[in-house]
Design a protein around this ligand. Structure first.
Ligand SMILES: Nc1ncnc2c1ncn2[C@@H]1O[C@H](COP(=O)(O)OP(=O)(O)OP(=O)(O)O)[C@@H](O)[C@H]1O
Ligand SMILES: [Mg+2]
Length: 253
């Protein structure tokens, strides 16, 4: 689904990504973590072809993104839904219009739009807000609208850049449940986050970036290093910490 092969991107002398290779399969749910400046947004911008790599190959759904001509970029971006920390809804449009707009710009039939928009808003649990404006909604409700917009054209990949960054913990978990549901319906999900507790409890694949390079790639927690290192540590018989599940911090179900 997404393959980076020796991808390097410099911003003049700043490292964006340095020789990154990775593969994400169709249907995976992957967290992308790492400190500020690690290269997470750079990786996303390269997938969307908002910026160009200096070298290497980037395949998304079988297409070589680095070679896309400007004529083919809109179709490529339609196939990659994106959600941001700050929602980025159109303030002068209603909830319905915000989501419908994403279908209108792809020239879809009116009848199709009228059917699909309420259905997806229903899936996000916000069908009663069709006539409201973003400013009339809570942060969590706005993020649901943004997710509806991102998936309305049934993209193969949904990218979320810190989608829970502006939300309280309970609302953040509601959004995680929606992303998980979307993933279970077959969409590949790539989520950038600093939310250690969410990553630790979701138990999904975690790719760690640091200084433009991959420093970890394994299923498990935010702190997980790569699978080989984990294995070495386990075999080395180092003291293992007792695993204690924290029942008090709420809200998995
Ligand atoms: N337009 C730019 N011009 C120059 N340097 C840039 C530009 N965009 C990013 N960088 C640099 O590239 C590196 C990676 O930045 P990137 O935005 O990918 O980090 P990030 O992991 O998304 O960080 P954050 O968690 O703060 O969002 C940083 O050193 C950053 O300063
Ligand atoms: Mg970023």
């Amino acid at each position: 689904m997404i393959t980076f092969d020796h991808v390097t991107k410099y911003y003049k002398t700043n490292i964006g990504l340095n020789d990154v290779s990775l593969h994400i399969d169709r249907g995976e749910f992957v967290f992308l973590v790492g400190p500020s400046g690690a290269g997470k947004s750079t990786l996303i911008k390269l997938i969307l072809k908002e910026i160009d790599a200096d070298s290497g190959s980037i395949l998304v759904n079988g297409r070589e993104v680095t070679k896309l001509t400007s004529r083919l970029i809109p179709a490529h971006r339609r196939n990659v839904g994106i959600v941001f920390q700050d929602f980025r809804l159109l303030e002068h449009k209603t909830v319905y219009e915000n989501v419908a707009f994403a279908m209108e710009i792809t020239h879809q039939k009116r009848r199709e739009i009228k059917e699909r928009v309420p259905a997806v808003l229903g899936l996000m649990g916000i069908e009663e807000y069709v006539k409201k404006y973003p400013s009339e909604l809570s942060a969590g409700e706005q993020q649901r609208v943004a997710i509806a917009r991102a998936i309305i054209n049934a993209p193969d990949v949904l990218i979320a850049d810190e989608p829970t960054g502006n939300l309280d913990p309970d609302t953040a978990w509601e959004i995680m449940r929606l992303l998980e549901m979307i993933n279970e319906k077959g969409t590949t999900v790539l989520m950038v986050t600093h939310a250690k507790d969410i990553v630790d409890r979701m138990n999904k694949r975690v790719i760690s970036l640091e200084n433009g390079q991959i420093t970890g790639d394994a299923v498990g927690s935010y702190e997980t290093k790569n699978a080989e290192e984990n294995k070495e540590e386990a075999e080395g018989g180092e003291e293992e910490e007792e695993f204690v599940f924290d029942w008090t911090s709420g809200g998995l179900d």
